[in-house]
Write a protein that binds this ligand. Sequence first.
Ligand SMILES: Cc1cc2nc3c(=O)[nH]c(=O)nc-3n(C[C@H](O)[C@H](O)[C@H](O)COP(=O)(O)OP(=O)(O)OC[C@H]3O[C@@H](n4cnc5c(N)ncnc54)[C@H](O)[C@@H]3O)c2cc1C
Length: 293
Amino acid sequence: MYDIVGIESPDTLEAAIEMLSNNPNLKIIAGGTDVLVQMRNGALEEIALLSLRNIPGMADIRIMDNGTISIGAMATFAEIFRSSIINEHLPVLSEAAVSVGGPQIRNMATIGGNICNGAVSADSATTLFAYNAELKLLSREGERTVPIEEFYAGPGKVNLQPAEILTAILIPETGYRKTSGCYIKHSTRKAMDIAMLGVSVVCKTAGGKFTDVRIALGVAAPVPIRCREAEAYAIGKETSSEIIREIGRYAVRASRARDSWRASKAYREHLIEVLVFRALKEAVIRDGGEDIG
Ligand SMILES: Cc1cc2nc3c(=O)[nH]c(=O)nc-3n(C[C@H](O)[C@H](O)[C@H](O)COP(=O)(O)OP(=O)(O)OC[C@H]3O[C@@H](n4cnc5c(N)ncnc54)[C@H](O)[C@@H]3O)c2cc1C
């Protein structure tokens, strides 16, 4: 059932990179909640695993001197939603983390695995798009940092180079400081279900007007997306019900929803319009604005 031919558990990142470089067939395992399912389904056979579990510091969540928040790739969703740094500065990510699977999954599943698995439904991805997150990647060639939007290459595909490890997720201070926001996951069940649609909004307001709006959607296109036209339309506009409804309509135009067994294209588009409205309205209320109905 689990066709595992061996497992390496290095205790430094350097050793992990060395092992991956010398053996391109090694498969990285973090929490295993995607990898083991793929093995069980027969999608991965005769696999030699490389576990990141014994590498110290890879689950650290900290604020760096320049204000950037660094989330170690091995941080589990349980660690994320319990982190005081995340709850104070990135509450939308906390909301997304708590929506993942059930308690057992949240205790094992890591944010790095969620991103590297490349699923369009990944609950953390939309919120990281909305916070302008960057990914820190390490290989023998050195370290590189890429905006998360450039990392997603297609359904289940990410721009991870051979023998490369995602070490941390970085949220620059400009991405989160003085923002409000909201994550809404729409799924058939309240727990243990992946998103039919995920909507994450992050915004800033001043004097009853939007000064910054970022809207990210999951399962609205082959990869998570930002709704740039809707965001541009919102800037300088009042935080009124009419404007927010119009922003929801703009968001639909950014999507490339399709029919699937989970939902039809038309239903998904309806969800985008309604859920962007609800998420942005909630973000305005959380920012101290009035409930505009
Ligand atoms: C019952 C169940 C419910 C679930 N519910 C949800 C849900 O509600 N929302 C959701 O988004 N997901 C859900 N998932 C999917 C899964 O739990 C998440 O995607 C999880 O975050 C994967 O993390 P992991 O640590 O388990 O990754 P793993 O399975 O260990 O790895 C996933 C992939 O990422 C690669 N990888 C992992 N870490 C790194 C790294 N640091 N650098 C490079 N590559 C790496 C692995 O090689 C593999 O290809 C669910 C899964 C199950 C089984």
